[in-house]
Design a protein around this ligand. Structure first.
Ligand code: NAP
Length: 263
C-alpha cells in the first residue's frame, strides 16, 4: 500500500523555524498519527509535550527522535479521560512553559462491535477517551489561550464521524461529537484569536488499522479514490498547517485527509 511520493524522502523538512518559540501539547503522541504530529511540530521549531497513557518506552523514543534532531520535547503520562488528571497535566505545562500555543487532541481508541452486542463499557470507554478526553484538555488549555489572546486547537476526528460505519457506533459517535464540539468551541473563542479545527483522517496506516485483515484492507482501499491508505505524515502535514500562523483565518472547519474517501 506504499504510495510513491514526490519529495526528497524527508517528510519532516517543513518550513524550518515556522513554529519557533511555540509550545505544543500533543495527546496520544507515543505512536501512530500523534507521534508523527509531534515529530512534525518539533521539526518546525515547537517545544513539544508528548502525552501518552501506557506506552512510556515508545513516548521516550519519540522524545529521543526529536532531541537527536536538535528539537525540544518532554513526555507526560496522563489518561485524557480523567478530568482531574488533565487539569494537573495542563497546569504543569502552563507553570513550566508560561504558555500553550498549540493543543492537538489526538488520543483515541476503538472498541468495535455491532450495536446489538456492544457492551456499555465499550461504549463508555470510547466516548470517555475520544470525546471527553478532547473536552478535558480544551477545558483547561483554553483558559490560558484566552489570556494569551492566541492559540491553535486541532482535534483529530475521523471520516466515520461524518459518514458513519457499521460496527463502530461508539467510535463514530465520539468522532461526530468531536466535530460538534470543535464548531461550538470555535464560536466561543474566535474573538480571542484562538482557532479550533478538526482533522478527519480516512484510513491511515497505524497500529489502529494494522488489526484489519489484508482482505479487508484491500476492500477498503478500493473505496478510496486515491487508491491507498494514507500515512501518518499526511495527517501531520494538515495539522501543522492548521497550527501555523498562516491558518489564522480558518476556524470551525473539518479538514478531510482521506484520499477522497468522503466527499
Ligand atoms: P494508535 O496508533 O492506536 O495510537 C493511539 C495513541 O493514543 C497512543 O499514543 C495511545 O497512547 C494514545 N491513547 C489512547 N488512549 C489514551 C488515553 N486514555 N490517554 C492518553 N493517550 C491515550 O492510533 P492512531 O491510528 O495513531 O490514531 C490517532 C488518532 O487518529 C485517534 O484519535 C484516531 O481515532 C484517529 N484516527 C485514526 C485513523 C486511522 O486510520 N489510523 C483514522 C481516523 C482517525 P498509549 O499507547 O501510551 O496508551
Amino acid at each position: 500500500m506504499e504510495r510513491i511520493r514526490k519529495n526528497n524522502g524527508d517528510s519532516h523538512r517543513g518550513e524550518e523555524g515556522m513554529l519557533n518559540n511555540k509550545v505544543a501539547v500533543v495527546t496520544g503522541a507515543s505512536r501512530g498519527i500523534g507521534k508523527e504530529i509531534a515529530l512534525k511540530l518539533a521539526s518546525l521549531g515547537a517545544a513539544v509535550i508528548i502525552n501518552y497513557n501506557g506506552a512510556e518506552e515508545k513516548a521516550e523514543e519519540v522524545k529521543k527522535l526529536i532531541e537527536d534532531k536538535g528539537g525540544k520535547a518532554e513526555i507526560y503520562q496522563c489518561n485524557v479521560s480523567d478530568f482531574d488528571a488533565c487539569k494537573e497535566f495542563i497546569d504543569y505545562v502552563i507553570k513550566k512553559y508560561n504558555s500553550i500555543d498549540i493543543l492537538i487532541n489526538n488520543a483515541g481508541i476503538t472498541r468495535d462491535g455491532l450495536l446489538m452486542r456492544m457492551s456499555e463499557k465499550d461504549f463508555d470507554d470510547v466516548i470517555n477517551t475520544n470525546l471527553k478526553g478532547t473536552f478535558n484538555c480544551i477545558r483547561f488549555a483554553s483558559r490560558q489561550m484566552m489570556k494569551q489572546r492566541a492559540g491553535r486547537i486541532i482535534n483529530i476526528s475521523s471520516v466515520v464521524g461524518v459518514s458513519g460505519n457499521a460496527g463502530q457506533t461508539n467510535y463514530a459517535a465520539s468522532k461526530a461529537g468531536i466535530i460538534g464540539l470543535t464548531k461550538a468551541v470555535a464560536k466561543e473563542v474566535a474573538s480571542r484569536h484562538i482557532t479550533v479545527n478538526a482533522v478527519a483522517p480516512g484510513f491511515i496506516q497505524t497500529d489502529m488499522t494494522d488489526i484489519l485483515s489484508e482482505n479487508t484492507k484491500k476492500q477498503i482501499a478500493s473505496l478510496i479514490p486515491i487508491g491507498t491508505f494514507g500515512n501518518p505524515e499526511d495527517v501531520a502535514n494538515a495539522a501543522a498547517f492548521l497550527a501555523s500562523d498562516e491558518a489564522g483565518y480558518i476556524t470551525g472547519q473539518v479538514l478531510h485527509v482521506d484520499g477522497g474517501m468522503v466527499m
